[in-house]
Write a protein of this length. Structure first.
Lengths: 113, 112
């Protein structure tokens, strides 16, 4: 089955710097890759997603890139702010659509003011 | 406000108790999910319902029993749980199984 690896497990950056979180997946048929942000005491919230027919997607300070050949995708956060501090999860939809997501283990991001 | 409401937010129970977790979604979605979130582990999918029919059960112990009476409500009935069942239980919904999932804020369950 699908396996999603996420790195790093923890990440600390200075406010204003960029943060990058990387994920790899094993099932080449996966075609949907969402990213979730989970703040303390809350459930995961979808922040951005990408499908396999595009290589990059951007939404203000957040961007996601996908390399299908290498089977990896990354989350980029620019100009980080303290409110970006949270746990971030990547996920992949194995066997393409209509199948449940497989999640990475999460990255705890701390933005230091 | 995510559109997915879970109650209770916290639950402490003994191993011999019976309790139920409730999830309600106000998004008009057709698929609902139960996940278990434990420390330092990936989110574990427990059950998937699509149009009120269970379509996936990821080898979850029988002490967890789901119920989906309609497309807006999902329950997780608990009985004779073990200490290792202590975790955050998350409910999610999506328009279809291939659409993005929206999560509730979870029920923090502690088994004494």
């Amino acid at each position: 089955g699908e396996n999603v690896e996420q790195h790093p497990s923890t990440l600390s950056v200075q406010e204003g710097d960029s943060a990058v979180i990387k994920c790899t997946y094993s099932d080449s048929a996966s075609n949907y890759f969402p990213w979730y942000k989970q703040e303390l005491g809350k459930g995961p919230q979808l922040i951005i997603d990408i499908r396999s027919n595009v290589g990059e997607k951007k939404d203000q300070r957040i961007a996601v890139t996908l390399n299908k050949t290498a089977k990896h995708f990354s989350l980029h956060i620019t100009e980080t702010q303290p409110e970006d501090s949270a746990v971030y999860f990547c996920a992949a939809s194995p066997r393409g659509g209509n199948t449940p997501l497989v999640f990475g283990k999460g990255t705890r991001l701390s933005v230091i003011a | 406000e995510t559109g997915v409401t879970q109650t209770p937010r916290h639950l402490v129970m003994g191993m011999t108790n019976k309790k139920s977790l409730k999830c309600e979604q106000h998004l008009g979605h057709n698929a609902m999910y139960w996940y278990k979130q434990s420390a330092k582990k990936p989110l574990e999918l427990m059950f998937v319902y699509s149009l009120e029919e269970r379509v996936e059960n990821n080898s979850v112990p029988s002490r967890f029993s789901p119920e989906c009476p309609n497309s807006s409500h999902l329950f997780l009935h608990l009985h004779t749980l073990q200490p290792e069942d202590s975790a955050l239980y998350l409910c999610a919904s999506s328009q279809t199984r291939s659409q993005p999932q929206h999560f509730g804020d979870g029920t923090r369950l502690s088994i004494l």
